[in-house]
Design a protein around this ligand. Structure first.
Ligand code: SF4
Length: 375
């Protein structure tokens, strides 16, 4: 291995050269986990996981000196051991998001050439030709398969010679998705028992915080709201959140506005959001309060079916969704409630009087201020 840019490796600790560098130091796992000389690295590893778990972020690396760089790198290794040992899907996803988001933030200050080099180490064939970034179509489709925003749809992207053209921010976002996926897929296998023993102090701390976070995932009391009557799209988005998958901005908007429209109170909606791996207290509270009208003074209506389809969040539509008059998830909800009250089939379209207002946004964007709730 040639000359090492330790600060660079510390910023991007998933770079294969970081593992090579640490291997060349001849440090054994036993020394790392037991030797007093590495207590600081173990503390950094524990702090990294606790911060990622609590706040969904990882601190910017300390690259002040070679010693600090090495400790940061070792802290990263230990944090992955902790995550692998606990083996919890939510924790793994949350750390993967925290680590990949930190990568994106750091990449915003880097030259495009470095972006390309780093992408290649992660198996992403990013290219740079005449200042233009691109990626093979197949890799673009794979990397964006969970991105529902229409700005990421292939039909809206420039295509040439089998490559998708990307602006700088999109290239960074794509690399972020790859880093996130690789964090989840390349986690070390569950370490042997002696590692668990050596890490016991850190594991106890992380498990306590994880249990506290889990307490928020318990089934929620929905009061008057009948969740069994929710349309498949809303159940689908909710299911993604329960599986700790990342839900798109429009998915969150649809869920919050729908839950608010059917009468769920703000605190209950907020509790739902604790299930999301990139949950952030302040951000989530702001988003919810904005959508339900606490900030803007106007509550938004859930998007209509056509908008949900455009954004790829019309999930598992059923027979009722196929009725000609079915144009809105709130119509679905009311029809289901009537169906259950009568103990019979779903209401006919002629009986459907709850018509969505113009506040639904056919454009796919949240409605503008001044529009009213769906009645
Ligand atoms: S058709 Fe409408 S109500 Fe049914 S799943 Fe799709 S968006 Fe939801």
């Amino acid at each position: 291995m040639g000359p090492v840019d330790l600060a660079h490796l510390t910023r991007y600790p998933f770079h294969p050269d970081a593992a090579t560098y640490l291997k060349e130091q001849g440090l054994s796992a036993e020394e790392l986990l037991k030797d007093r000389a590495f207590q600081r690295a173990r503390t950094l590893g524990q702090q990294r996981v606790l911060k990622g778990l609590a706040e969904g972020v990882v601190d910017a690396p300390n690259t002040g000196s070679p010693v600090e760089c090495q400790l940061e790198l070792l802290g990263y290794v230990i944090s992955r051991m902790i995550v692998a040992t606990i083996g919890d899907r939510y924790l793994t996803n949350r750390m993967a998001i925290a680590e990949s988001k930190r990568t994106s933030e750091l990449l915003e200050g880097e030259e495009p050439r470095l972006l390309v080099t780093l992408a290649h180490t992660q198996g992403l064939g990013l290219t740079l030709n005449g200042g233009r970034l691109g990626v093979p179509v197949a890799q673009f489709l794979h990397g964006t398969r969970n991105m529902r925003d229409r700005n990421w749809k292939l039909v809206n992207m420039p295509l040439a010679d089998g490559e998708v053209g990307l602006d700088r921010m999109k290239a960074i976002r794509l690399l972020e998705a790859v880093v996130q996926e690789r964090y989840q897929d390349h986690l070390p296998s569950r370490p042997p028992d002696w590692v668990e023993e050596a890490l016991s102090e850190a594991l106890v701390q992380v498990r306590i915080h994880l249990a506290a976070a889990r307490a928020h995932f318990q089934p929620l009391e929905m009061g008057e709201v009948d969740s069994a009557s929710f349309p498949p799209c809303i159940k689908g988005i909710f299911g993604m959140m329960q599986a700790h998958e990342n839900v798109s901005h429009m998915g969150r908007f649809a869920l919050v506005s729908f839950l608010n429209n059917v009468g769920m109170d703000k605190d209950q909606i907020f509790e739902f959001f604790r299930m999301v791996p990139d949950f952030n207290v302040e951000k989530s509270r702001y988003q919810i309060e904005h959508i339900i009208g606490d900030i803007s003074g106007t509550a938004y209506t859930a998007p209509e079916c056509s908008t949900m389809k455009t954004h790829g969040i019309c999930i598992n539509p059923d027979e009722l969704c196929g009725r000609p008059w079915m144009t809105h998830p709130l119509k679905y909800y009311r029809a289901k409630l009537r169906q259950q009250a009568k103990g019979g089939p779903a209401a006919d379209g002629a009986a459907e009087t709850a018509t969505p207002t113009a506040s639904d946004s056919p454009s796919g964007h949240p409605p503008t201020k001044g529009q009213e709730n769906e009645g």
